[in-house]
Design a protein around this ligand. Structure first.
Ligand SMILES: C[S@@+](CC[C@H](N)C(=O)[O-])C[C@H]1O[C@@H](n2cnc3c(N)ncnc32)[C@H](O)[C@@H]1O
Length: 283
């Protein structure tokens, strides 16, 4: 068993999606479905953590309809599809560099555009009311975040909101084994110049682009199964993340026993990682 990285979907960092390098395990007959399933689980989890698909104060306007909403690095379009069914009278655009992720059977109010967002956003100035970015932490280098936010501000209408939800890499309250695994993973990313602590800079990047009313929210994503309030689906997701991390970075042949040890340790130490959400307004 090993990680499957399809060449066509690799970027210069060696991978292009969290699902690819964390979830794509060779030998599984329905790799693509599985990736999509995990993206769906992750989407549900983040929505659960933050009590909703977004935190910007735009619910009334979305309900009124007529807004243009953009999801940058939209992946399978999970967030867009959810939003487009909650607020049917708005228009949604997803931009991603990987066109094969765009499913054919999409809602009428969703469009997809294929583009590499590090080359700029292929949209006119002041064309969107709400821009959403989530889970690009494994894909962008430090400076690319600055130019991406700058581009978002350019295409955002005055009064519009930008919202970014990203994970903080190092696991908190990690036990020794989790710490070891996390270090290997972090080194892998750092070698590729991925900005694993971008959450520490997002607020400043927003400020330096003259965005106003910046709000930062942080939520705890428990690892292992120690948080009994967590639903079973989310525990499944955790196990999947840890299993695939072990396959990629653990180096042991006995993944099952290593996984049990890791879960036991995460439960003992009550390990977790933080998910951060920032939103701000263009005045
Ligand atoms: C981990 S997935 C997140 C998907 C989605 N935002 C979500 O939260 O479910 C990262 C996505 O960003 C896309 N991506 C990465 N780098 C990109 C780039 N430079 N330009 C456009 N899309 C990119 C990948 O193709 C992938 O679909």
């Amino acid at each position: 068993m090993g990680i499957l990285l399809s060449k066509s979907r690799q970027n210069e960092n060696g991978f292009d999606t969290i699902s690819q390098y964390l979830f794509s395990v060779t030998g599984l007959p329905k790799k693509f479905d599985r990736e999509e399933e995990n993206a769906g689980l992750r989407h549900n989890l983040i929505r659960e953590l933050f009590n909703g698909n977004f935190s910007s104060p735009i619910r009334d306007k979305l309900n009124d309809g007529g807004l243009m909403v953009l999801d940058v690095g939209c992946g399978f379009g999970t967030w867009l599809f959810d939003m487009s069914s909650d607020f049917k009278d708005c228009q949604y655009v997803g931009v991603d560099k990987t066109p094969q992720q765009f499913i054919a059977n999409k809602p009428k109010n969703v469009e997809f555009v294929t583009a590499d967002v590090t080359d700029g956003l292929p949209f006119n100035d002041e064309s969107f009311d709400f821009i959403h970015i989530r889970n690009l932490v494994f894909d962008l280098r430090d400076k690319q975040w600055d130019s991406l936010v700058q581009e978002c501000v350019r295409i955002l209408k005055p009064g519009g909101y930008i919202e970014i939800t990203e994970t903080e890499m190092p696991t908190k309250s990690a036990g020794p084994n989790m710490d070891k695994l996390g270090k290997k993973m972090r080194n892998f990313l750092i070698e590729r110049k991925i900005s694993i602590l971008i959450v520490n800079r997002i607020g400043d990047i927003m400020k330096s682009n003259n965005l106003q009313n910046i709000v930062h929210d942080e939520r705890c994503f428990p690892l292992g199964t120690w948080d009994s309030s967590f639903r079973k689906a989310f525990q499944t997701f955790n196990l999947e993340v840890l299993r695939t991390s072990l396959i990629r970075f653990g180096g042991s042949k006995n993944i099952d026993s290593e996984l049990s040890n890791l879960i036991a340790e995460a439960n003992k130490y009550r390990s977790y990682f933080s998910v951060h959400r920032f939103f701000s307004q263009k005045i």
